[in-house]
Write a protein that binds this ligand. Structure first.
Ligand SMILES: CC(C)(COP(=O)(O)OP(=O)(O)OC[C@H]1O[C@@H](n2cnc3c(N)ncnc32)[C@H](O)[C@@H]1OP(=O)(O)O)[C@@H](O)C(=O)NCCC(=O)NCCS
Length: 176
């Protein structure tokens, strides 16, 4: 497995791994149609083409020896958070959001996510950030443990609209 920076031609393969992994981060009570709608709008090939073209974003992919399908991906967004709850919670600026870090189930616990995390933090440092924040669902215990292992602490809470209801997220932050 190698982690590398994504290139524009990776958009379809990232959308594929994103569609396979998004529901893993959602509470079991999430309506399947809400998950499907989010995948169709925010995790489509064209959405990732836009993300890849955005200079504020860095996308990383974890690639097995055979290439796609990818084992996982991460997306970092440099800049001040738009969400006022997050802006009020974080303590370190300039900041970057670890907006997505998703690994296929078969690769959990095997170091893939750790490598994506290390490389995302490196990218944030290179972009001039002094801190990194992220949001994760209050019920996502595995992700919370993973973030704690990587030096993140809870600094606040925010809401995430999925379908027609709001999910409760914890806001984590760490210094670089
Ligand atoms: C979050 C994610 C990237 C972490 O990668 P990972 O390879 O699973 O992480 P690790 O195995 O290194 O760490 C997970 C830790 O949680 C622990 N864990 C697993 N299930 C748990 C649970 N239900 N409650 C608490 N801890 C749990 C593991 O034992 C491990 O801790 P340990 O190393 O001390 O034993 C990965 O699980 C993933 O892609 N999940 C689905 C998508 C997701 O939730 N992404 C984050 C969205 S914010």
């Amino acid at each position: 497995m190698t982690v590398r920076h994504a290139v524009p031609s990776d958009a379809a393969a990232i959308a594929d791994v994103a569609a396979r992994t998004f529901a893993l981060a959602c509470p079991p009570s999430t309506p399947p149609e809400a998950t499907a709608a989010f995948i169709a709008t925010s995790l489509s090939e064209s959405a990732f083409a836009d993300y890849l073209a955005d200079p504020a974003r860095t996308l990383l992919v974890a690639e097995s020896a055979v290439g796609a399908p990818f084992d996982g991906y991460a997306m970092l967004v440099v800049g001040e958070p738009a969400d006022p709850d997050v802006a009020g919670a974080i303590r370190i600026r300039p900041t970057a959001e670890l907006s997505k870090i998703y690994v296929r189930t078969a690769s959990h616990g095997r170091g893939t996510a750790a490598e994506l995390m290390t490389r995302s933090l490196d990218a944030a440092r290179s972009a001039g950030a002094d801190g990194v924040w992220l949001g994760t669902n209050v019920e996502n215990a595995r992700a919370q443990r993973f973030y704690a292992k990587h030096g993140f602490v809870v600094v606040g809470a925010k809401r995430f609209k999925l379908g027609d209801r709001y999910e409760d997220d914890l806001v984590f932050e760490r210094a670089l």
